[in-house]
Design a protein around this ligand. Structure first.
Ligand code: 5RP
Length: 232
């Protein structure tokens, strides 16, 4: 892929980031198993992936979608969407982006508010292929505010519980596909992602938190100006 000037104004521009997202999305086509079901995540990187899939000529039996937005895009391209409950055989691959990913393939997800359905489809899949531009790779999770999907009546109590854990909760002006709220928790230093995922998921009213540590990625495709780096 070509990079068009000017790419740098102050730091990397969004245009470059989108080009990198598109590169990662294209590289993920290799992991699509033709004639099988495919799990599809949510976000701009996945948006590029859906366009690549539609124009690739690769045919899947159907896609299990992680959000209404993804469903709309898939259907607009004529790609069949199926309910996870209707899949009796297996789901070999799930392709999704992330907000942060560490060296153990633990992630923060949910920047787009689709974390619960994403976690469900990821868990049901044999292989999670994460597609990202290089800005998403971190040493330690937590610089990106951690999204939690929360039952509306529990927004205040969950916010207080997150303050007790040292976070700064901010309620997002957003309603999820499941009719719930999102709380973005700033200021967490996530040293032990699995333990924190357990602890937050136990708070009454939390549907799930955006730490994907118990079900992390299996393959990471990171795009940089040097090309695609594949890590397994
Ligand atoms: C949505 C997500 C996305 O994967 C994450 O926010 C990355 O999005 P983008 O590809 O737009 O950078 O978890 O809930």
């Amino acid at each position: 892929m070509r990079f068009q000037a000017p790419l740098f104004i102050s730091g990397k521009t969004m245009e470059l980031q989108n080009q990198l997202k598109q590169m990662a999305a294209k590289a993920a086509l290799e992991y699509v198993v033709e004639g099988e079901y495919l799990g599809v995540g949510t976000g701009t990187t996945v948006g590029f992936f859906i366009t690549e899939l539609a124009t690739s000529g690769k045919k899947v039996k159907g896609c299990v979608s992680s959000s209404e937005a993804t469903t709309r895009q898939l259907l607009a391209y004529g790609i069949p969407v199926c309910d996870l409950n209707d899949i009796v055989d297996y789901l070999p691959v799930y392709i999704d982006g992330c907000d942060e990913i560490d060296g153990n393939f633990c992630m923060i997800k949910g920047g787009g508010g689709a974390l619960t359905r994403e976690k469900i489809v990821a868990q049901a899949s044999e292989k999670f292929v994460c597609i990202a531009d290089e800005s998403k790779v971190v040493k330690q999770l937590g610089a990106f505010p951690l999204p939690l999907e929360v039952i509306p009546m529990a927004v205040s109590s969950v916010s207080r519980a997150m303050e007790d854990l040292g976070g700064h909760p901010v309620v997002r002006d957003f309603i999820t596909d499941n009719g719930n709220n999102i709380i973005d928790v700033h200021g967490l230093q996530i040293k032990e992602p699995q333990l924190l995922e357990n602890a937050i998921n136990k708070i009454p009213g939390v549907v799930t938190c955006g730490i994907f540590a118990h079900r992390g990625a299996d393959v990471l495709l990171v795009a940089s100006e040097a090309g695609i780096k594949v890590t397994k």
